[in-house]
Design a protein around this ligand. Structure first.
Ligand code: MF3
Ligand code: CO
Length: 247
């Protein structure tokens, strides 16, 4: 079942997503070479709590932290730890909050210190994948049109579009229907309607699209060990386009 949100629900989702946006902006300001990913997690946790919200990831299916921190060849769901951030790391941070029962979800990829030109390009293209996707979106457009826009942009740079993980509907639950793939066929798939809310989250690999899960049961890494980037926003579908709730 795909829920259509009421105006009051949308207002709460705006707030939940602003909190996520502000958390990610705070982390962007604070992130430094020499810091641990656990320190980032604590900053995020404390900030979300200070805004009368709840970190939605903490305890989600047993996940042990408030954000996911995924470095270089880690695609998503990296667990914050005592790992120290190094010069040249590509650090993807995914964050979610619940405000008065409604979810916000977004992710950014940060460039720390002197990042190589090829990693920089990957992060930039991954972010642009999101914007290429939303360019085609409005009520009546199909999920295949969105996936196709993202996929064709990423593949024009020779990058791999991760298939094993997808975006999602979002609302009272972090993960609602429908699934929102970053690949697809134009003119196919579910037709989006006004006041649906979805999280669009391209995960783009420098090399092959293939991924593996580490033994920790969470961290997803590229099969070829090449870097990956992630960028995500929650958006509201409107009659004439989208409203990005987490920017
Ligand atoms: N926020 C992720 C997503 O975009 C999910 C994180 S899983 C968790 O769908 F366990 F860390 F919460
Ligand atoms: Co998400």
């Amino acid at each position: 079942m795909i829920s259509i949100k009421s105006d009051q629900e949308i207002e709460l989702m705006r707030r939940a997503n602003q909190i996520v946006r502000d958390t990610l902006n705070l982390l962007e300001e604070k992130i430094r070479v020499g810091m641990t990913t656990k320190e980032l997690d604590k900053i995020a946790h404390d900030y979300i709590i200070s805004q009368d919200a709840v970190p939605s990831f903490l305890g989600y299916e047993g996940y042990p932290a408030s954000v996911c921190t995924s470095i270089n060849e880690e695609v998503v769901h990296g667990i914050p730890s005592d790992r120290v951030i190094q010069d040249g790391d590509l650090v993807s941070v995914d964050c979610g909050s619940i405000y008065k029962g409604y979810n916000g979800d977004a992710a950014r990829t940060y460039l720390v210190g002197n990042v190589s030109e090829e990693k920089r390009k990957l992060a930039e293209v991954t972010k642009q994948c999101f914007f290429e996707g939303i360019k085609v979106l409005k009520a009546g457009v199909r999920l295949g049109d969105l996936g196709h826009a993202i996929q064709s942009y990423a593949e024009s740079f020779g990058y791999g579009v991760v298939r094993d993980l997808v975006g999602h509907g979002i609302g009272q639950d972090m993960h609602e229907d429908p699934e929102v793939p970053n690949y697809g066929k134009a003119g196919h798939g579910l037709r989006l309607r006004a006041n649906m809310t979805i999280a669009i989250e391209p995960m783009i690999n420098m090399g092959t699209e293939r991924v593996l899960m580490l033994d920790d049961g969470w961290t997803i890494v590229t099969k070829d060990g090449k870097p990956s980037a992630h960028y995500e926003n929650t958006v509201l579908i409107t009659e004439d386009g989208v409203e990005i709730l987490s920017l």
